[in-house]
Design a protein around this ligand. Sequence first.
Ligand code: NAD
Ligand code: MN
Length: 359
Amino acid sequence: MRQYRIASIPADGIGPEVIGAGLEVLDALAARDGGFSLAVDHYDWGSDYYRKHGVLMPADGLERLKGADAIYFGAVGAPDIPDHVTLWGLRLPICQGFDQYANVRPTRILPGVTSPLRDAGPEDLDWLIVRENSEGEYAGHGGRAHRGLPEEVATEVAIFTRVGVERIMRFAFDCARKRPRKLLTVVTKSNAQRHGMVFWDEIAALVAADYPDVTWDKELVDAMTMRMVRKPQTIDTVVATNLHADILSDLAAALAGSLGVAPTGNVDPQRRYPSMFEPIHGSAFDITGKGIANPVASFWTASMMLEHLGEARAAAALMTAVEQVCAAGILTPDLGGKATTKEVTRAMCEAIRGINLAG
Ligand code: NAD
Ligand code: MN
């Protein structure tokens, strides 16, 4: 039997609710499949840990995660702690420490889910957004001078390196190549940002020469938002910088029905370190503890994690169960339904027990 070690970091807000639901579903799936098992290490890192210890995770945190095959992450952020403290204290150190330079964000309209786009159904929107996850606008460089004075100045420096841009571009072309339509849109803002973004365009053209089977085009990020809304069918795989893809993927999630269904993987394609899988959404204080958090993003996240571990059959079965449950109208309030997190989770476990895993 194949065994995987999963590091679970549910962290804050609805994180524990949706990760708990995901672990339940993973258990049901492992029992049903019989070919693999998961050993889960639970970490209590996050805002509560910060209130007790003054840090979001211990100093040897990365060391402790190193042995995991994958990390299953909830969300971090609390109303009483500045967001940049929580983000830079937990999620970003893991992404950067493990060089998870590719952030992968699949989006589609699940059956039974209504898109805010009039007339758009599952066949109109099936995207894979690849976000550069290690540099760019979130490289953390910049500074402030003359604090509080009229002449105060702040800089936020975007950093693009040849290694960094080329590796995300290759990764995106590889992703596009594996998808049926083999289309890639390279998103920049190279009209206004004439250094880093022109650099992106140049590297895209260089890398594209190695992928004659992939059809690619370029789009400016502002025009891309319009294209996503007006011509979703023309989009397949997308690659963009850390900031641009952050924004585009929230829009994508909303167009697919809700932030509550959108998953993501922070991947080290070279597999030197564990990759981290998480719902895109945050800790959602407004609904924490109410039992109505949508666990679908967490389930889809779990499916991506299984796929990454090489359990393609179980990953596909999990998505089949998600589709069955959504199509049956067992939806949480963010999708217009009345179901609770627990009811959706129970329906998922039942669906998994009914799926034929043979073949
Ligand atoms: P959010 O994603 O937490 O919530 C935005 C809106 O979407 C809220 O109305 C929320 O109720 C709803 N929502 C989100 N996930 C849902 C789900 N699974 N089911 C139903 N509804 C859902 O974003 P925010 O309000 O901007 O941020 C809240 C906190 O989360 C902040 O501290 C922020 O820094 C943090 N955050 C963390 C991450 C992360 O850990 N990766 C990502 C985004 C935001
Ligand atoms: Mn975001």
